[in-house]
Ligand binder design. Structure first.
Ligand code: SF4
Length: 192
């Protein structure tokens, strides 16, 4: 194992531990905390049970049980889609949002801010590694909307080229299960 791979392994283990601690602090299991964290970032095409399963790499059965617990605890609410009859969107309640306050991502951001690394360069390099690993594993990328190949912005409006729908600004900074990496004119995928 190279020193770089060792660092990734230690980081992954440490983040797992932080997730466990955050979850236990609220009487939850780690998967409950992970689902809440995902839903806080997911756009309107991605706040669905199937997307939760894809993002976390867990079975639909586990997702279903997890959502039932979160709903019973009042941490999420289900909202029927106004246009697609059977589709149900999952939203955090105020109590669900409170669980995410001052969690491990905040502590990591503080450490990064204090480290002096250039956040944009650091993120770009890490994202390149992440994208390559996701391609290798055949995972969906779940990227941020405004960096998607389908994202269109013109005349002060933003649209999704895939669905043809207008995107509110707050949706463009969320993550999407339909996200597609941009390509160069030569057809090379660009790591964003
Ligand atoms: S532009 Fe891409 S990321 Fe944004 S909503 Fe459309 S498919 Fe999803």
């Amino acid at each position: 194992m190279t020193p770089t791979v060792f660092v990734f392994e230690r980081l992954a283990a440490l983040i797992h531990q932080l997730v466990r601690d955050d979850a236990a602090h609220h009487g939850l299991l780690p998967v409950h905390r992970q689902v809440l964290g995902y839903l806080a970032q997911a756009n309107r095409y991605s706040d669905l049970p199937i997307a939760v399963a894809d993002y976390l790499g867990i079975t639909r059965g586990t997702v279903s049980q997890t959502l039932a617990v979160l709903e019973r605890k009042g941490l999420i609410v289900r909202k029927a889609d106004e246009r697609h009859g059977k589709r149900v969107h999952l939203r955090l309640s105020a109590a669900g949002e409170a669980v995410l306050q001052a969690g491990w991502p905040c502590r990591l951001e503080q450490v990064l801010a204090a480290s002096g690394v250039d956040p944009q360069t650091f993120e770009k390099e890490l994202r390149g590694v992440l994208n390559a690993l996701q391609r290798l594993n055949g995972n969906q990328a779940f990227g941020q909307c405004r960096y998607c190949a389908h994202f269109l912005a013109a005349d002060g409006e933003q649209h999704c080229g895939l669905t043809g729908e207008t995107l509110a600004t707050e949706q463009t900074i969320k993550i999407c299960r339909e996200w597609t990496a941009p390509q160069t004119a030569a057809g090379i995928t660009v790591d964003t």
